[in-house]
Write a protein that binds this ligand. Structure first.
Ligand SMILES: Nc1nc2c(ncn2[C@@H]2O[C@H](COP(=O)(O)OP(=O)(O)OP(=O)(O)O)[C@@H](O)[C@H]2O)c(=O)[nH]1
Ligand SMILES: [Mg+2]
Length: 278
């Protein structure tokens, strides 16, 4: 990600002019760290000795990251249920398939649910993925009640004794309120039958600070437990990862870095921090 490379090389060079600071600031702003965090960081850096820079910056940024667990939370339920939510186009359906494949490759049995019934194409998309990764998917008619798909899915998952149920949801409805009401209903219907272990909010890293505003809306509506940050392959704006954790206190659990099924990893905090300087 090299977010702090410029900052780091500037600090190491010793004498730093105001112009140098301006360049560093502009670069950090462009990375979507957000002006407030950028200024906080630069203020700190101005008083740093070059030899302490890397350690101090790492400590500062670490203190901004979520302290909540990054692994998938596992209740005692036989079937762990994961709800995938987010704004349209962020990568929910792709991430649901990637996560299903990831969990399957670890030896788990996985069931997918297509609770985006807003468009027929949404169901087709997840069914195509499901065939490819050889995972079963529960779906309904176009415009049918997404909560009924979720209900059928959790019923089936329990009957099959599936290890995980991953529910994909719509990102677009006629209004934001409709969308939030729909998500709330899916949550209630599933919770009548089982615990929801995770509600993962998918955030497109290329949308920058907008992602933080989206997050706030979803966090208000449902009990978001963590993030999947997507499209990190297409951006130098990796600062959003830090900014969104600082703003919400919630952890990034997975990152997507391409359109392929394997372009998906758990978020490794230490590797991420190390990568900021390289
Ligand atoms: N480069 C890149 N593209 C991605 C990534 N994740 C998803 N995409 C692409 O982003 C587009 C939208 O992905 P979807 O998974 O359909 O997004 P969605 O949130 O389900 O969209 P809606 O159902 O319309 O709300 C697709 O073209 C995906 O291939 C990623 O990590 N990197
Ligand atoms: Mg989708």
């Amino acid at each position: 990600m090299s977010l702090f490379k410029k900052l780091f090389t500037t600090l190491k060079s010793g004498s730093i002019s105001q112009e140098d600071w301006d360049v560093v600031r502009a670069q950090l702003i462009a990375s979507d760290l957000g002006p407030k965090l950028v200024d906080q960081l630069i203020l700190k850096c101005r008083s740093l000795k070059p030899e302490d820079a890397r350690k101090s910056i790492t400590e500062e940024v670490s203190s901004w990251l979520s302290t909540k667990p990054r692994n998938i939370l596992n209740s005692k339920a036989e079937t762990k249920t994961i709800l995938i939510v987010g704004v349209n186009g962020t990568g929910k359906t792709t991430s649901a398939a990637k996560l299903a494949n990831y969990l399957k490759s670890q030896g788990n049995s996985v069931l997918l649910a297509a609770a985006d019934t807003f468009r027929a194409a949404a169901t087709d998309q997840i069914r195509t993925w499901a065939r490819r990764i050889d995972v079963e998917v529960v779906f309904g008619e176009e415009s049918s009640d997404p909560a009924s798909v979720a209900f059928n899915a959790i019923t089936k998952a329990k009957a099959l004794n599936a290890g995980y149920l991953i529910i994909d949801t719509a990102g677009r409805l006629h209004t934001k309120q409709n969308l939030m009401d729909e998500l709330g209903k899916i949550v209630r219907v599933v919770q009548k039958q089982s615990t929801i272990d995770e509600i993962l909010l998918v955030v497109d890293s290329t949308t920058g600070q907008n992602g933080i505003n989206q997050a706030a809306t979803f966090i208000e509506a449902v009990n978001v437990s963590g993030f999947i940050v997507t499209k990190l392959d297409g951006t130098a704006k990796g600062g959003i990862a830090i900014a969104i954790e600082k703003a919400t206190g919630l952890p990034i659990k997975f990152v997507g870095s391409g359109e392929g099924i394997e372009d998906f990893t758990s978020f490794d905090q230490d590797a991420y921090l190390a990568g900021l300087f390289d």
